[in-house]
Design a protein around this ligand. Structure first.
Ligand code: CP
Length: 309
């Protein structure tokens, strides 16, 4: 397969396994490029990309912008907090105003699930979902699987547990779809109150005991408790959450194997993982961030090659 089966990246659930394979092979090439003394290629000199962030971001926003610049695309950045959205402008009006400036591709983060799908149905540009509410975060899941492939040689047959706030997590949902598509075994672990009601329909194992989950897995992807999405209390206290679901060095040292530790960021140090775990040799958290640039270069490059001028 030499091109993606999709014209937008709206979610992992819209991809085929061959798309993921193609993205990884393309990212392998770009990873080599970004480790050269001259880290830039002229591939997208004729492409203009708008990064529209209606919700806060550090990693994803910077990673997309760097990926676009490494590909020599022209880049414009939009942040909702400093825009006319504050004056009541609609999403479609905002985006159409930006597109009238001849933009080819839109990278969008939005608090509402389905915002990227909605946009793709109303505008001509190629859309990349950079996270939509608690729905999907496809480039995060791609870089997570790519990092597992890099660390363990392959994803197929690996046992991956996603720990924490599954209910509010777009990272969990996209990871479940991506890992299953590649033949990994997937477990979710956390308090029952932080499991979505539809979890049984996703084909994953569900475990409430962290030590059992860690004993089972090759990889633990630790998620942040998303307090900003919680309007009620889902567990008695942060202290109790840490006691039951926090990973610390003593737990890992007490095991007879090395579990690979991942985290999409931002980390609540001392809550889902302690600093000594986050910064340990078992952690591949900074590899995930580095791989994010190569993965996003691959996604942008492959989607741009489908744009007809
Ligand atoms: N992993 C992730 O999406 O982080 P940001 O919210 O900082 O982009």
């Amino acid at each position: 397969m030499s091109e993606l089966s999709v014209n937008h990246l709206l979610g992992i659930k819209y991809l085929k396994p061959q798309d993921i394979q193609l993205i990884f092979e393309t990212a392998d090439h770009f990873k080599e490029v970004i480790n050269r003394p001259i880290k830039k290629v002229p591939s997208l000199r004729d492409i203009t990309i708008a990064n529209l962030f209606f919700e806060n971001s550090t990693r994803t926003k910077l990673s997309f912008e760097l990926a676009e610049k490494r590909l020599s695309a022209d880049v414009i950045n939009f942040s909702a907090s400093q825009s006319s959205v504050k004056k009541g402008e609609t999403l479609i009006d905002t985006v159409n105003n930006i597109l009238s400036m001849k933009v080819d591709m839109v990278v969008m983060r939005h608090p509402n699930p389905g915002a990227s799908v909605f946009l793709s149905q109303h505008v001509e540009a190629s859309i990349i979902n950079a996270g939509d509410g608690a729905h999907e975060h496809p480039t995060q899941a791609l870089l997570d699987s790519y990092s597992i492939r890099e660390k363990l040689g392959k994803v197929k047959g690996k046992k991956v547990v996603i720990v924490g706030d599954i209910l509010h997590s777009r990272v969990a949902l996209s990871n479940i779809f991506a890992l299953q598509m590649q033949g990994a075994d997937v477990m979710v672990c956390g308090p029952k109150t932080l499991m979505p009601r539809y979890i049984d329909k996703l084909g994953v194992m569900v475990e409430t005991d962290l030590k059992k989950a860690l004993a089972w897995c090759d990889v633990a992807n630790m998620l942040r408790v998303q307090n900003e999405r919680m309007d009620i209390s889902y567990f008695p206290s942060t202290r109790e959450y840490v006691q039951q679901y926090g990973v610390n060095k003593a737990i890992l040292d007490g095991m007879d194997k090395q579990v690979t530790i991942m985290h999409p960021g931002p980390i609540n140090r001392g809550v889902e993982i302690t600093s000594d775990v986050a910064d340990s040799k078992q952690s591949i958290i900074l590899d995930q961030v580095q791989n994010g640039v190569a993965i996003r270069m691959a996604v942008i490059y492959l989607l741009a090659s489908k744009i007809k001028h």
